[in-house]
Design a protein around this ligand. Sequence first.
Ligand code: PGA
Length: 251
Amino acid sequence: MRTPIIAGNWKLNKTVSEAVSLTIDLIKLVDKISDVEIVIAPVFTALSDVHDAINGSNIQLAAQDVYWEDSGAFTGEVSAPMLKDVGCDYVIIGHSERRQYFAETNESVNQKVKAALSHDLKPIICVGELLEEREAGKTESVIEDHVKGAIVDLSVSEMESCVIAYEPVWAIGTGKTATPDQAQEVHNFIRNILEDCYSDKLASQIRIQYGGSVKPENAEELMSQPDVDGALVGGASLDAESFAEIVKQSR
Ligand code: PGA
């Protein structure tokens, strides 16, 4: 059995005090839940304070990106040991917004995944096709390219620490969600890639989240699909009640 994992990607939102207050509201709403992994990803500047706020709770901390070098002359970057230092458990890598606006590539995603793993941070690796790619029938080839590109040279135990998030780009922040069948089809395809690259056993252990306009109204149906093991939630994670409701629906 795979434990569902619901992660809130707060993107470029919330000052430190706003982030802490959202965290405190959320803790109250989900404090009885022990059968779902709950993760929140604030901006870098709020990580430390949010880490203090979640101390002793069932919520884990993620960063939204990481650089692959540990230190040095890389102005503006934040490294894996630094994220570990402020208490991160997870890091989102390869989000489509980073691929689209910040020139993230499969190669940089792979470097970041390796850096995260070498500092005991668990990567949430994002993959997903653009609308024109889906319409051109290229969904599977894009997903295969993203997945295989991200996991180059990962050992079995490294792969076991990763979570994959399937986020069709056309569904992110648009209010358009993949249908449960569309999501299941791609999730199953991803699991088959992992089976080919590793083994049946490993493929059956890896959690694959769905992301893209997940909200309380559609979460249950999406997550009832056999290969959908949780959600990566953007907009709806900025509201404690909506996010808590999605967490509850994943059980
Ligand atoms: P959304 O974002 O839920 O606002 O569509 C999801 C994501 O980008 O992770």
